[in-house]
Design a protein around this ligand. Structure first.
Ligand code: OSB
Ligand code: MG
Length: 397
């Protein structure tokens, strides 16, 4: 049997328990495994998916429910996590830690300190932390955006387009997304679907804000090809090299005019400091899941602001609940590049919300003002796409 180390967090907060704790008693946590069909298959350099497999977390307490998504897939292809690992780590370690320490939690910012003794597993941690943020905001009757000190009433939106079977098909897609109003086009690239594709796209659309995301498909041996991408005046190239690298990226960035943006390599604000000091990138993609939750996302946002580094909000093909968390985050001031925060209709025929997330005007989404994430889940649809459900009751811990 594993025994828990008493975290420095508990030592620090123990004396304060009675007078300072927020009124938030968690009654139960529900984990759901979800499977939702995508409108179109989505292909990246690491694979193609037709159905999105992920998890939803519900935290029930004080008569309210906080919701979040665990943005894993069924296989560990984007990073090392998948639904199986996330469920295991949540059930065995993170949920017990949350229940056992809940009386000491005064603010959701403190949860990451409780989880810190468990190494990595950022997507799993983020699911629980994010659901707690939603519940905390709902109980305070404040929007998630407002408790993150979000300043924007609406956010600019870009679109991420997967690898297609032909360039002509891609051109048609880009044209239709531009007509819908998307403010930035991101193309997935991989060896064999890169230079020629981007050249054709640039010829057809000489002035659009355009970028490419390689999902770590290249190595320094491809440096000549990557240098040639400078011809296309891209906003940035996202994660060209290995998912865990910042050293080779620093060598590559010195050879490129195009800014490098890091996605997979960044988990903690310290990773950002090291990458910037090495000169490995000039822009940071912030995904709530990949950095372990909103607390770390805020730290990265604030740190990048202090170093004059732009950030933008990435996406993980979220359903409406995860999408709403992303929109709240993207309302913070330094999110000054359109994010991968498309409306529900980009991915889903049917989202799991009462009202799908929509453009308020072409290319813009209004930041919800209601309590918490500010969207209402449709329970019937949530249940329709749930393939496994388990309840963890506080009395068992
Ligand atoms: O690298 O940003 C990525 C989707 C799944 C996994 C990784 C990535 C993506 C996307 C799509 O680019 C972003 C979105 O529209 O949700
Ligand atoms: Mg990416």
């Amino acid at each position: 049997m594993f025994t828990w180390k008493t975290t420095s967090f508990i030592k620090k907060n123990k004396g304060k328990e009675v007078e300072m704790r927020t009124k938030l008693k968690i009654d139960r946590i529900i984990l759901r495994k979800m499977k939702m069909p995508l409108k179109d298959p989505f292909e990246t350099s690491f694979g193609a998916i037709k159905d999105r497999t992920f998890m939803i977390v519900e935290i029930h307490g004080e008569g309210e429910v906080g919701y979040a998504e665990v943005v894993t897939e069924s296989a560990p292809l984007y990073n090392e996590e998948c639904v199986g690992t996330a469920w295991h780590v949540m059930e065995e370690f993170l949920i017990p830690l949350m229940f056992k320490n809940q009386q000491y939690i005064q603010h959701p910012d403190e949860i990451s300190a409780i989880f810190k003794q468990i190494k990595r597993h950022y997507l799993a941690k983020s699911g629980l932390e994010s659901a707690y943020w939603d519940l905390h905001a709902k109980l305070g009757n404040k929007s998630l955006s407002s408790i993150l000190s979000g300043q924007k009433e609406s956010i600019e939106v870009g679109v991420s387009i997967g690898i297609q079977t032909s360039i002509s098909e891609l051109l048609v897609k880009i044209d239709s997304y531009l007509t819908e109003g998307y403010r930035r086009i991101k193309l997935k690239i991989k060896p064999g679907w890169d230079y020629d594709v981007l050249r054709e796209v640039r010829n057809h659309f000489p002035h659009i804000p355009l970028m490419a995301d390689a999902n770590s498909a290249y190595t320094l041996q491809d440096i000549n090809l990557l240098k040639k991408l400078d011809e296309f005046n891209l906003l940035m190239v996202e994660q060209p090299l290995s998912h865990d690298d910042i050293i080779d990226h620093s060598i590559l960035q010195k050879e490129l005019n195009t800014p490098i943006c890091l996605d997979e390599s960044i988990h903690q604000v310290d990773d950002v400091r090291k990458a910037l000091d090495l000169g490995s990138c000039q822009i940071i993609n912030i995904k709530i899941g990949r950095v372990g939750g909103l607390t770390e996302a805020k730290k990265i946002h604030d740190y990048c602001l202090s170093r004059n580094i732009p950030v933008w909000c990435g996406g993980m093909l979220e359903a409406g609940l995860g999408r709403a968390h992303n929109i709240a985050l993207a309302s913070m001031q330094n999110f000054n590049i359109p994010g991968d925060t498309s409306p529900s209709s980009r991915y889903w025929e049917e989202d799991i919300l009462e009202e799908p997330i929509q453009f308020s005007q072409p290319g813009m989404i209004n930041v919800p003002k209601g309590p918490g994430i500010g969207v209402n889940v449709n329970l019937e649809k949530l249940n329709k796409y749930t393939t496994l459900l388990k309840t963890y009751d506080s009395s068992e811990f």
